[in-house]
Ligand binder design. Structure first.
Ligand code: NAP
Length: 514
C-alpha cells in the first residue's frame, strides 16, 4: 500500500465489537493488501501464554487491559493490518497509539447480528447481564468511543469479503490525490466529489492569509481526510486551527482544521453536512443559534443553553457525510471546572460570584454549581443575571442534575448587582465579562477591591491579555489566580478527545499556544 502522498499513513486498524468480524475481515484485508495481519487478542494470548478467558478468570479484566495496552503500544509502525479487541478504544492511550500514522476503521455491527456471531464463542462475560443484553449494553456503551477513535465507519452486518472490499476501495480513494487532470476530466470519484464540495462551500469564506489554499491543498492530497473547523463570525482570530493542526501532526492523525465564517448558523450546519466535516468548534455568535440545526444535544449543552462542540457521526462513512447526525455538546464549562480542580481550589459549599451574564457566564455558573458552590451571578444588566440564575436552577435543581461527586445539586444560584461583591465577600470570583481586554480595565472597581484578599481564588475568563489588570491586582493582594488561557486549554483538550478519542496533556497545549 505504501505511504500516503505526503501523509505517512501506513497502518490499517480495524476496531469495533467482537461480533463485527474484525478478525476475519482483517485476515482477508491483509491478504488483499499483501500486508501482515496482527490480531491484538492473539498477541495478548501469545504474550501471556494463556487464552483470554483464562486471563479474565485468573487475573481479572484490569490485568487483561494492562496486557492489551502493552501490546497496542508496541505494534509495528510499518505497513500492516491490525484488528483490535472490542473494548480497547475506551482507553484514550490506546486510541492515540492505534491512530498514530494509521487509518482506523470502525466495523459497526447491530447487536442482533453480533450476538448471532459470538453466541457460540468462549468470549468471557464482562457484566452480570444475560448474554443478549450484555451485547446490546456493551455496543451502546462503547459506541461513542468507536466513533471518535476511528476515521471511517463501515456497516459490518454483512459478509466479511464485502466489508473488506469496501475498505480496500476507501483506502484506494483516500490514498489517491486529486489531480488537475481528474478535475478537468469531470471525474466523479469520491475524492473529486469531496474536493469540489469543499471548494464550493469554502470559497469566499474569510480566512487568514494562505489558509484557504492550505485547506484546498489538504483535500487534494487527502481526499477523504477528516476536516474540522472553527465556526464563528469572525473566526480568523481563533487559535484553534493552529493548535489542532499542530496536534494532528504530532499524533499522526489524518486531519486538518480550518476556519468557517458563515452568515448564519444554518449555513454552518449545511457546510458540515455537505462537506462531511468531522467536527466544528463553535464560537460567537453561533453557540446558541446552532442548536436548532443539530440532531442531538447533550445534557450539559441543554442546561447551559449553548453548544461549542459539534461532532458529525456521518463524517467517517465514505458517503461524504450523508446520513450523519450532528451531536452538540459544551466543553466551555469543562474549561472552567478543570482549572479550578487542578489548582486545588476548594469549591464545595464555598461562596462564588460570577461577574457577567452572557454565554461564558452560563458555562461558569454551571461548572460551579456542579462542583457544589454557593453561586451568585452579578451583572450590569441585572435582569439578565436573574434570568440566568432562574434557568440554571430550573435545569440543575428542578431538573435533578448531579454534582460531579454524584450527589444532587442543592444550592440554588442567586442573582444581583455588581455592587453585591463586597457584601458577599466571595471565596471565588470569576470574571465572565469582556472587561479586561484593555489593559486599564477591570470589572472589580475600587469599592469592591476589598474582596481581593489572601485565600480568594480569582479566575478571569478573558484570555487576551493572559494576565489582566484584575489578575495582576488579585495576585498582588495574595489571591490564587487563574488565567482565561486555562479555560481555552481545557475546553480545547476536551474537544480533541470528543473529536478524535485522544487525551492531550494540558502542558502540551500550553506549550503549543505559548
Ligand atoms: P457575552 O455573551 O457578550 O457577555 C458579555 C458580558 O459582559 C455581559 O454580561 C455584559 O453585560 C458584560 N459586559 C460587557 N461590557 C461591559 C461593561 N463595559 N461593563 C459591565 N459589564 C459589561 O460574552 P461571552 O461570550 O459570555 O464572553 C465573555 C468573556 O469571556 C469574553 O471576554 C470572552 O473572551 C471570554 N471567554 C473566554 C473563553 C476562554 O476560553 N477563555 C471562552 C469563552 C469566552 P450586559 O449583560 O449588561 O451587557
Amino acid at each position: 500500500m505504501g505511504k500516503f502522498e505526503g501523509g505517512g499513513i501506513i497502518r490499517v486498524v480495524l476496531t469495533g465489537f467482537r461480533g463485527s468480524g474484525k478478525t476475519t475481515v482483517g485476515g482477508i484485508l491483509a491478504d488483499r493488501l499483501g500486508q501482515p495481519f496482527i490480531d491484538t487478542d492473539s498477541e495478548i494470548e501469545n504474550k501471556s501464554g494463556m487464552p483470554i478467558e483464562e486471563i479474565f478468570k485468573e487475573y481479572g479484566e484490569a490485568h487483561f487491559r494492562n496486557l492489551e495496552r502493552e501490546v497496542i503500544a508496541s505494534l509495528p509502525e510499518s505497513d500492516c493490518v491490525v484488528a483490535t479487541g472490542g473494548g480497547c478504544v475506551q482507553s484514550a492511550e490506546n486510541a492515540a497509539n492505534l491512530r498514530h500514522d494509521s487509518l482506523v476503521f470502525f466495523l459497526d455491527v447491530s447487536p442482533d447480528v453480533s450476538y448471532g456471531r459470538i453466541s457460540e464463542s468462549s468470549r468471557p462475560a464482562l457484566t452480570d447481564k444475560d448474554p443478549v443484553d450484555e451485547v446490546k449494553y456493551l455496543i451502546n456503551l462503547r459506541y461513542p468511543a468507536y466513533l471518535r477513535s476511528s476515521d471511517f465507519r463501515i456497516d459490518a452486518d454483512r459478509e466479511a469479503g464485502a466489508v473488506a472490499d469496501d475498505i480496500v476501495r476507501i483506502i484506494a480513494d483516500a490514498a489517491t490525490p486529486v489531480s488537475d487532470s481528474d478535475i478537468a476530466a469531470g471525474e466523479d470519484s469520491a475524492g473529486v466529489l469531496r474536493y469540489r464540495e469543499v471548494l464550493r462551500s469554502f470559497s469566499g469564506v474569510p480566512m487568514p492569509e494562505r489558509k484557504s489554499e492550505q485547506l484546498f491543498s489538504y483535500v487534494r492530497k487527502h481526499p477523504l481526510g477528516s476536516i474540522c473547523a472553527i465556526a464563528g463570525r469572525p473566526s480568523g482570530h481563533s487559535r484553534t486551527p493552529y493548535l489542532f493542526n499542530t496536534i494532528f501532526e504530532r499524533y499522526g492523525i489524518p486531519a486538518h482544521c480550518t476556519y468557517l465564517e458563515k452568515e448564519t448558523a444554518g449555513d454552518v450546519a449545511d457546510t458540515v453536512r455537505s462537506c462531511g466535516l468531522r467536527a466544528v468548534s463553535v464560537t460567537i455568535p453561533f453557540k446558541e443559534e446552532i442548536i436548532p440545526y443539530l440532531d442531538e444535544i447533550n445534557e450539559d449543552a441543554r442546561a447551559i443553553g449553548a453548544v461549542n462542540t459539534v461532532f458529525n457521526t456521518g463524517n467517517m462513512s465514505n458517503t461524504g457525510g450523508a446520513g450523519g447526525r450532528l451531536l452538540g455538546s459544551n466543553t466551555d464549562w469543562y474549561g472552567v471546572m478543570k482549572p479550578l480542580v487542578e489548582s486545588g481550589v476548594k469549591v464545595k459549599s464555598k461562596k462564588a460570584v460570577v461577574i457577567g451574564a452572557g454565554g461564558a457566564s452560563r458555562a461558569a455558573v454551571y461548572a460551579l454549581m456542579k462542583l457544589g458552590a454557593d453561586v451568585t451571578v452579578v451583572n450590569r444588566t441585572v435582569g439578565r443575571a436573574e434570568k440566568l440564575a432562574a434557568d440554571m436552577n430550573a435545569s440543575l435543581i428542578e431538573g435533578g442534575c448531579l454534582q460531579t461527586d454524584g450527589k444532587p445539586v442543592e444550592i440554588p444560584c442567586k442573582a444581583g448587582e455588581i455592587e453585591m461583591l463586597r457584601e458577599i465577600m466571595p471565596d471565588i470570583i470569576i470574571n465572565a465579562t469582556s472587561i479586561g481586554m484593555r489593559a486599564e480595565d477591570t470589572p472589580v472597581d475600587r469599592e469592591n477591591r476589598v474582596c481581593l484578599r489572601k485565600g480568594v481564588c480569582v479566575f478571569d475568563l478573558v484570555y487576551t491579555p493572559p494576565v489582566t489588570r484584575l489578575l495582576f491586582e488579585a495576585r498582588t493582594a495574595g489571591c490564587t489566580v487563574i488565567s482565561g488561557v486555562e479555560m481555552f486549554v481545557y475546553q480545547a483538550a476536551e474537544q480533541l478527545f470528543r473529536y478524535f478519542g485522544i487525551r492531550v496533556d494540558a502542558d502540551e497545549i500550553r506549550n503549543i499556544l505559548r
